[in-house]
Design a protein around this ligand. Structure first.
Ligand code: NAD
Length: 499
């Protein structure tokens, strides 16, 4: 593959960073393969991009909503045209198997189609007034300049979850992609340019979180920060935005679980648990590091789960038979090893030892094997409460439905929950008593669809879900009342008399 030299996109022009510094993007399946480079932007670049977005805002917000949707429709067509090439780039740059790379791009396409389709749907409300001569409306107005800061693990889909609702509603955008996947972001930016968006409406600054990301969060010209990523960074962004009285929507990590109840269909249970734990090598925000299993069926479930996990094919994601690709980077590997070590220190019964894979070509990538253990729940445990973001999985036996729910909730997070049962009373109890934002019955804890809200509670988010629900975060709902009578009348019987 010819190396890609990414650039910032500011006011419709491709630009090098002010400092001229660049960073490399490499293939996590073979770190010898440098895929390209991108500008290492500084606060100066961020300032240029925010200024461009501010200047473009007034014209863009006054552009008809239908017209704004037409640009997004054009983008959808370009994504469809380039689907295969984009999918391959996703696999090369973030390591996920090619079927998952494709699903990432398909999800981005669905988001573009969904948002473009919304332009002809009602998006305000007419509501009755207490006064017969008054008409009352609820209108949505754009908030201004939206900073979209995204993670590496869905390098095409997640950016569009946040960028497209922002643009459709008349906001302008500065996009700061993950430093692990700048080239996917660059290809996406090229499609925005080809789709003909007016200069300054959509801008990109590449770079590291601590300089480009941080400068965006603190820039006074940014009205809204929409962040998706880790809890540590999301929490920091929440605090910094609060100091500036700036709105933010943050979607963060999870310590998700599959709950397998005593009446579960074991075929479904094992299948759902394997997909939840190991798809994307456990690097989805909705991946399950915990399988909570009723002790009546736990021995048989565990035997089958371990047997299946042992057979998982690990390798370069460009091979269509591979199920698990590499971890994204060296920090990801260190986090996985740290969690495994802590599990042993906390008394886990190790069932699959996991570890780094070093045979043949695998030695050149960040490849690791599934680490699986059995452990009773403890509220003071590190490994049973903190996200491992890797194929690190605890099987936690429980003795009742109520205990399963208690264990599920006993973490700082609340993102995804899957329950496996044939009994509607049981899943209903789980649904109503577990704290989560994305729930499943007889399915894995993974698998988003763009027309559903996506977000978590507690440490997983601040109550502003992404995808179809992001429209609420990037608009103000405005009350607007019109009097078509010939005198002023007030609601609540309030007198309008002056004397
Ligand atoms: P991360 O938090 O390290 O980085 C996310 C983004 O934040 C990157 O673009 C990074 O450059 C930027 N950033 C880092 N420090 C910053 C700062 N000080 N100021 C501003 N921006 C900064 O996350 P990651 O490793 O890219 O992604 C993995 C994490 O994302 C996991 O915790 C995963 O669960 C979470 N995630 C959540 C969702 C969701 O919707 N809830 C979806 C995908 C991933």
């Amino acid at each position: 593959m010819k190396p890609i030299e990414a650039l910032n996109l500011i006011r419709g022009q491709w630009q090098e960073s002010v400092s001229g510094n660049r960073f490399q993007s490499y293939n996590p399946a073979d770190t010898r393969e440098i895929l390209g480079t991108a500008p290492r932007s500084t606060p100066d670049d961020v300032d240029k991009a925010v200024t461009a977005a501010r200047e473009a805002f007034d014209t863009w917000r006054r552009t008809s909503r239908i017209k704004r949707g037409e640009y997004i429709d054009q983008l959808a067509q370009l994504i469809k045209r380039d689907l295969n090439a984009l999918a391959e780039l996703v696999t090369r740059e973030c390591g996920k198997p090619i079927n998952e790379g494709r699903a990432d791009v398909v999800e981005a396409l669905h988001m573009a189609q969904y948002v473009a389709g919304m332009v002809r749907m009602p998006h305000g409300e007419i509501i009755d007034s207490e006064i017969a001569e008054k008409d009352a409306y609820i209108l949505r107005k754009p908030k201004g300049v939206v900073a979209c800061i995204t993670p590496w693990n869905f390098p095409v889909a997640i950016p569009l979850w946040t960028i497209l609702p922002s643009l459709l509603e008349g906001n302008t955008v500065v996009f700061k992609p993950s430093e692990d996947t700048p080239l996917c972001a660059h290809r996406l930016a090229e499609l925005f340019v080809e789709a003909g968006f007016p200069p300054g409406v959509f801008n990109v600054v590449h770079g590291y979180g601590e300089d480009a990301g941080d400068a965006l969060v603190h820039h006074p010209g940014v009205d809204v920060v929409v962040f998706t990523g880790s809890y540590a960074v999301g929490r920091y962004i929440e605090q910094e935005c609060a100091k500036q009285h700036k709105f933010c929507a943050v979607e963060m990590g999870g310590k998700n679980a599959v709950i397998v109840l005593d009446d579960a269909n074991l075929d479904i249970a094992v299948h759902a648990a394997i997909l939840s734990a190991f798809k994307t090598s456990g690097q989805r925000c909705v991946s399950s590091n915990r399988i909570i299993v009723h002790e009546k069926i736990e021995p048989e479930f565990t035997r089958r789960f371990v047997e299946t996990a042992r057979m998982i094919k690990i390798g370069n994601g460009l091979d269509p038979d591979v199920f698990m690709g590499p971890l994204i980077n060296e920090q990801g590997v260190q986090k996985y090893l740290h969690h495994n070590q802590k599990a042993i220190e906390e008394g886990a019964e190790v069932l699959l030892p996991g570890g780094l894979l070093k045979e043949g070509e695998l030695q050149y990538g960040h490849f690791v094997a599934p680490f699986v253990y059995r452990m009773r729940h403890r509220s003071d445990s590190f490994v049973l409460r903190e996200e491992a973001f890797s194929p690190h999985v605890a099987i936690i036996p429980v003795s009742s439905l109520e205990e399963a729910v208690f264990v599920y909730n006993d973490t700082p997070y609340g993102l995804a929950m899957a329950v496996i049962t044939e009994d509607y009373r049981k899943w209903r109890y789980v649904r109503d008593n577990c704290e989560f934002g994305v729930g499943y019955v007889n399915l894995p804890s993974i698998g988003a669809e763009v027309h559903l809200p996506f977000g978590g509670v507690k440490g997983s988010g601040n109550g502003h879900p992404s995808a179809s629900a992001l429209f609420d975060a990037v608009t103000h709902k405005v009350a607007f009342t019109v009097n078509h009578g010939t005198e002023i009348k007030m609601a609540q019987g309030l007198s309008a008399k002056i004397r």
